[in-house]
Design a protein around this ligand. Structure first.
Ligand code: GRF
Length: 196
């Protein structure tokens, strides 16, 4: 079985990366993480190292500008034969050069029921402050417009009266960890790129 080659972009804790790595431990899982790219030193890079996955740091300061940084990431993804890019807690906006190169092959996981609370790094706090009865998480296709690409899947999470940002985030993330591997599996079984 040839498995879909996945490149993961990270900036933080890496729990979604971990969920993908765990799923791919099953030899029948149709995808595997071949490269992890980070824009800062983060726990996710450490996770990749422990799992024996290739990883590379693309600190902005090491490049003349964002364009050069993203061009270098494209090159690395290409070198690793990446067929699908997963943004798993990646906190920078991808340059057009990247979204064009991998059009229909980039997905992101966002901690809200898009289109609600789009375009923010703090969707969980915003949901809590807005007093909504439910929120959740969304996996969507990444296009040049932040958090606007076609929605692939969502999971709902009830907001409880005693929720704090932490407790709500924890329940949303539990759903993310279940959802992301399911979506990647689905994409591995269909032709890529996803038509936009
Ligand atoms: C996730 O909640 C995801 O929705 C958001 O960033 C967070 C990343 O968490 N885009 P982790 O690094 O995967 O633990």
């Amino acid at each position: 079985m040839s498995r879909l080659r996945v490149g993961v972009l990270v900036s933080g804790r890496g729990s979604n990366l971990q969920a993908l790595i765990e799923a791919a431990k099953d030899p029948l899982y149709p995808a595997r993480v071949v490269i992890v790219c980070a824009n800062r030193d983060c726990a996710a890079l450490e996770l990749a190292k422990k799992a024996g996955v290739s990883r590379q740091l693309f600190r902005l300061a090491a490049f003349p500008d964002r364009l050069a940084r993203d061009q270098a990431m494209v090159k690395t993804m290409r070198l690793h034969g990446v067929e699908l890019v997963v943004c798993a807690g990646y906190d920078a906006i991808l340059e057009r050069t990247f979204t064009r190169e991998f059009a229909g092959r980039i997905i992101n996981i966002h901690p809200s029921l898009l289109p609600e609370f789009a375009g923010t790094m703090d969707a969980v706090t915003m949901a809590l402050e807005a007093g909504v009865a439910e929120t959740g998480c969304t996996v969507h296709v990444v296009t040049k417009d932040v958090d606007q690409g076609p929605i692939l899947a969502q999971r709902r999470v009830e907001v409880r009266p005693d929720d704090t940002v932490e407790s709500l985030r924890e329940r949303i993330q539990a759903e993310e960890h279940a959802l992301l591997p399911v979506v990647v599996k689905r994409l591995a079984g269909q032709p890529l790129p996803i038509s936009l």
